[in-house]
Design a protein around this ligand. Structure first.
Ligand code: NAD
Ligand code: MG
Length: 381
């Protein structure tokens, strides 16, 4: 039996993780959960999974949750400190990082320092602090198990292979709701259109990231850290059906792919049970019904976010932090109706041009860069 601590238990990945726990017939236990502001769902999850502690993101909601859980004896914590307590809970074997954004960095570091394996969904953490997280994980002897479907596919493809014989990674992308759009057409898309992802049902931030293809850029950088490979050897291929979840080409030219219906419970379950596989009650892929699998080159002229991600990783230092923080800032503005879709790219571009470059940022400098991006964009936009 494995004991889990879950950061972001109320979100898309968090609730699907709990679904796997629910169906695991006692294979997993949950010792700690955390969520942002959905107190009712946190209460429900606490009553069902009986963790020792529950963290609510907003301090002002702590009393409410405490009152609701009074009869259970479950400890209620809040804010950043609470998040750390959940991440590094003494009973956890694995910490699932299903929180969204750079807020995941510090709790992930705390969990690694406490020797927890990480089931990593929170890609923003690796994008911005991969140069700190990966060596730390190695030093502490903990595994970083990918939850992102593309990275799980790569992980499954490289089992039994030698790291130094990987020639290139081929990361697939659905292309999002605006695949095939021109630059001009992209100017007038609405928030509602952007929130309609063709194949996956996810949290709002990653859904917008998929529409801009910034998500694929973040994934390229995430893969760069997970598999110790330069972005020049990571190719993005648009594959609208989302059936081939990603591929690996080896030195001899052989390519391995991982396929399946698009359902995040598959990669989540693989990370949790790794290296074992268990029955998962999901629709199975039926090749008689898959009429075709299509592949095309991404249009980085239109979907500039993908190009900027590559550029930021090639530049290195704090440039991926600037790229990511500007995107987080811009997506929040887009979600609140303050800016148009294409302005997301403009804000990222502005931040990458104007925020001070740091060659090899430590964790304080990573967080200071995030702050600098918010200050710069906040005053100029
Ligand atoms: P989501 O928005 O559905 O959930 C985010 C979780 O973080 C929620 O539990 C929310 O309450 C919590 N949270 C948000 N703000 C918080 C705050 N201020 N304090 C404490 N907690 C807070 O997001 P998601 O789609 O589940 O994505 C989570 C992460 O997983 C992201 O990094 C995303 O890129 C990655 N990911 C998601 C999917 C997917 O299918 N949803 C796939 C691959 C990777
Ligand atoms: Mg993905």
């Amino acid at each position: 039996m494995k004991t889990l601590s879950i950061l972001g238990s109320t979100g898309s990945i968090g609730t699907q993780t709990l679904d796997i726990v629910r169906k695991s017939a006692g294979e997993f236990k949950v010792c700690a959960i955390s969520g942002g502001s959905n107190v009712r769902l946190l209460e429900e999850q606490a009553r069902e999974f009986k963790p020792e502690i529950v963290c609510v993101g907003k301090e002002e909601l702590k009393n409410d949750l405490e009152t609701s859980l009074k009869d259970t004896g479950i400890k209620v914590v809040s804010g950043k400190e609470g998040l750390t307590e959940v991440a590094a809970h003494k009973d956890a074997d694995v910490t699932v990082t299903a929180i969204v954004g750079m807020m995941g960095i510090m709790p992930t570091i705390e969990a690694i320092n406490a020797g927890k394996d990480i089931a990593l969904a929170n890609k923003e953490t690796l994008v911005t602090a991969g140069h700190i997280i990966m060596p730390l994980a190695k030093e502490k002897g903990v595994s970083i198990l990918p939850v992102d479907s593309e990275h799980s596919a790569v992980f499954q493809c490289i089992q039994g292979e030698k790291q130094d014989q990987i020639h290139k990674l081929i990361i697939t992308a659905s292309g999002g709701p605006f695949r095939g759009f021109t630059k001009e057409a992209l100017k007038s898309v609405s928030l509602e259109d952007a929130l309609k992802h063709p194949n996956w049902f996810m949290g709002k931030k990653i859904t917008i990231d998929s529409a801009t293809m910034v998500n694929k850029g973040l994934e390229v950088i995430e893969a760069r850290w997970l598999y110790d490979i330069t972005v020049d050897n990571i190719q993005v291929v648009v594959h609208p059906q989302s059936i081939v979840h990603s591929m690996v080409e080896f030195d001899d030219g052989a390519i391995k792919a991982q396929l399946g219906v698009p359902d995040m419970r598959h990669p989540i379950q693989y990370a949790l049970y790794y290296p074992d596989r268990y029955d998962l009650e999901l629709e199975r892929l039926d090749f008689y019904k898959v009429s075709s699998l299509d592949f095309e080159e991404p249009d980085m002229e239109v979907f500039e976010g993908l190009k900027m991600a590559y550029d930021s990783s090639k530049k290195g230092g704090n440039m991926p932090v600037i790229f990511n923080a500007a995107n987080e800032f811009a997506v929040a503005k887009f979600l609140s109706g303050e800016i148009r879709f294409v302005e997301i790219y403009e804000l990222i571009k502005k931040a990458m041009a104007d925020v001070a470059f740091i060659d090899d940022p430590d964790i304080e400098q990573v967080l200071a860069t995030e702050k600098a991006v918010y200050e710069m964009l906040g005053t100029k936009s």
